[in-house]
Write a protein that binds this ligand. Structure first.
Ligand SMILES: NC(=O)c1ccc[n+]([C@@H]2O[C@H](COP(=O)([O-])OP(=O)(O)OC[C@H]3O[C@@H](n4cnc5c(N)ncnc54)[C@H](OP(=O)(O)O)[C@@H]3O)[C@@H](O)[C@H]2O)c1
Length: 221
């Protein structure tokens, strides 16, 4: 099995790499820093530098993965941004940083992945339940929420374009103990990623274009 993980320096992305390597997959992974690339390579992955927020860096993805035939591609890179509780207008800098990473990053990278997917591949973006409008009960982190709602829209369009060729889903990984989720989160990265790997392996073409919890249950858009 061939797997691509975009944004694998730490947290959930790094755990996807660890678990897929342990399962004997061939893993290609990206990170922003040279030391992290070296670490990923030492662990057994093929790795290259990618900053999804940088147009020049992101434009180089296609040639790096030419003819790769990935069975699984995971677009994981993301940032949370300001921890607003109410309707505080974000600064332009914060808005651009969050939207460029979480939305434009996916719109830069995914079109370059299409030709590198094996027939019947599975493509997952790491969204968040916080991006759900149907399940919304809080306004905390409204910039992050807006970015993940926009990412969900991006994923839906990708699923329409790739229908019949790949199964594309948006994931909520749960609330996970990473730098983003914090130490008080309810799930370990190992558990969240094990669940998502199991869900990815069991995906059927009928689930193309769906928004799923890590355990495979559906989340309202
Ligand atoms: N943890 C949770 O509870 C939770 C809940 C819902 C959704 N999620 C989503 O799950 C994904 C992974 O989250 P996490 O908890 O593992 O977060 P994390 O520990 O903060 O890690 C974020 C990852 O994204 C990468 N990244 C950020 N900006 C990037 C850029 N411009 N280009 C390339 N890579 C970039 C980081 O790389 P650097 O090391 O270079 O910064 C890092 O590998 C995110 O999309 C997040 O929104 C997480």
């Amino acid at each position: 099995m061939r797997v691509l993980v975009i944004g694998a320096s730490r947290g959930l992305g790094r755990e996807f790499v660890r678990q897929y390597l342990a399962g004997k997959a061939q893993v290609t992974a990206t990170a922003r820093q040279a030391e992290q690339i070296a670490e990923l390579e030492a662990a057994g992955a093929t790795a290259f530098t990618l900053d999804v927020g940088d147009a020049v860096s992101a434009s180089g993805v296609a040639w790096r993965i030419d003819n790769a035939n990935f069975d699984v591609a995971i677009v994981n890179a993301g940032v949370y941004g300001p921890r607003h509780q109410g309707l505080e207008t974000p600064s332009e800098t914060d808005f651009d940083a969050v939207m460029h990473t979480n939305v434009l990053g996916a719109m830069r990278v995914i079109p370059q992945l299409v030709d590198a997917l094996a027939p019947g591949a599975r493509l997952a973006v790491l969204s968040s339940r916080m991006g759900s409008i149907g399940a919304r009960e809080s306004t905390s982190g409204w910039l992050y929420r807006a970015s993940k709602a926009a990412l969900n829209s991006v994923l839906k369009d990708v699923s329409l374009q790739l229908a019949g060729r790949a199964t594309c889903v948006a994931f909520h990984p749960g609330w996970v103990q990473t730098d983003m989720g914090g130490a008080g989160a309810s799930l370990t990265p190992a558990r969240s990623v094990a669940d998502m790997r199991r869900t990815i392996a069991a995906l059927t073409p009928a689930q193309n274009g769906s928004f799923l919890n890590h355990d495979g249950s559906a989340i309202p858009w």
